[in-house]
Design a protein around this ligand. Structure first.
Ligand SMILES: [Zn+2]
Length: 376
């Protein structure tokens, strides 16, 4: 790495098995065993769950969305209340995205120039401008352990010249973010390049020359075929500087996580476990349960008898969860969220153990064959 990591941060790899790594990420808020899954706390909360419930799923980093916190309650309000850790009562590590992706996807008439994104707030229509400097200022006020550089994320079907332009602008913004950053906050750089392996590898290489505390792969799972994503990941993730944590942004399903780890990724985030819970879906290693289905009406079994989560060990039956869901009871969403996040935490813990024991390849094979079963 060029230059020392930010004070209070460290990353060490403790075991390798193929390209898969088991390590520890250290932040001022504690140690994070990797590989790790980061639940998404869009509005400073992992929807419907308390910080204690989130931590009990094994999560040691949560992700906050800069765009949402910036427009409400305002980054200055979060700062006045002691930063997002104190404001939201999350005692472990925290990461914020740059806000660019939401600014681009949630607002109308967004204008992208060399100086950033200009748009109107989706809440009150107020004019906003997100430049690399503003992204770092806002993330500095929110005060997570890890901030992300502002980047340009083209859609999965973008033409090569557009992908190339996004890579180049992301590179220029990287330099500006490193100048504008808060010095006591870790900053991760972003690798773009769509599904073009050569472009991705070149961008990964030049990112490694900059003093980022970690490196992220962004612009995956944005509409490209999922097999294509894995094919590219397998050729790119392991080329990112091995001394730094590697973060695959916004991905994915349990299968995607297990394959991502095999490719050399250490950190993941995705709304899938909590969003699916709110849609009445319980995820399993071998597929998913659609809780409203009539077949669960008199089913006394837990979601998954092998799961150690409070929902499955607490005696809550599929029949009861179905009833709660159909009756519009909030408890259904809370219990399904607890179960889904617990599953993701357990998969990461199992993956870590398999890497230490040198059997990651067979772990992946077993996992993928189990995961072939359809929804029920
Ligand atoms: Zn469970």
């Amino acid at each position: 790495m060029s230059g020392p990591p930010t004070e209070g941060y460290a990353f060490r790899v403790e075991a390798r098995d193929g390209d898969a790594r088991a390590g520890v990420l250290v932040t001022p808020h504690g140690e994070v065993p990797t590989p790790t899954f980061m639940p998404v706390g869009t509005q400073g909360s992992v929807k419907s769950l308390s910080p204690e419930e989130v931590a009990a799923t094994g999560a040691r980093v949560v992700l906050g969305n800069t765009y949402h916190l910036w427009i409400r309650p305002g980054a200055d309000v979060v700062d006045d209340l002691g930063g997002l850790h104190r404001f939201s009562r999350w005692p472990h590590s925290m990461l914020t995205d740059s806000g660019g992706f939401q600014a681009f996807s949630l607002t109308d008439l967004v204008k992208l120039t060399e100086d950033g994104f200009s748009f109107r707030s989706h809440l009150d229509g107020q004019r906003m401008h997100l430049s690399p400097e503003e992204a770092m200022r806002v993330q500095g006020l929110i005060g997570a352990d890890i901030a992300m550089q502002l980047d340009v994320c083209p859609p999965g079907d973008a033409a090569l010249p557009d992908v190339q332009a996004a890579v180049e602008r992301t590179s220029r913004w990287a330099e500006r973010c490193l100048v504008a950053r808060r010095k006591d906050q870790a900053v991760f750089g972003i690798v773009q390049g769509g599904t073009n392996v050569a472009l991705r590898r070149e961008h990964a290489r030049t990112r490694g020359d900059l003093p980022f505390d970690g490196l992220a792969l962004c612009g995956f799972s944005v509409g490209e075929p999922i097999e294509k994503m894995h094919e590219v990941l397998e050729q790119v993730a392991s080329t990112l500087d091995p001394e730094r944590p590697r973060y695959l942004m916004g991905v994915g399903t349990p299968k995607d996580l297990v394959r991502g780890v095999a490719a050399g990724v250490d950190m993941f985030d995705c709304v899938l476990p909590t969003r699916n819970a709110r849609n009445g879906q319980a995820l399993l290693r071998s597929g998913r349960i659609v809780i409203k289905n009539a077949k669960h009406r008199r089913d006394p079994r837990p979601l998954d008898p092998t799961c150690g989560c409070p929902c499955c060990t607490g005696g809550y039956s599929r029949a009861y969860l179905r009833h709660l869901f159909l009756a519009g009871e909030i408890l259904a969403l809370r219990l399904l969220s607890v179960h889904n996040l617990h599953l993701f935490g357990a998969i990461m813990a199992d993956a870590r153990r398999a890497i230490f024991e040198g059997r990651y390849a067979s772990f992946v094979r077993e996992f993928l064959s189990e995961a072939a079963e359809p929804a029920s």
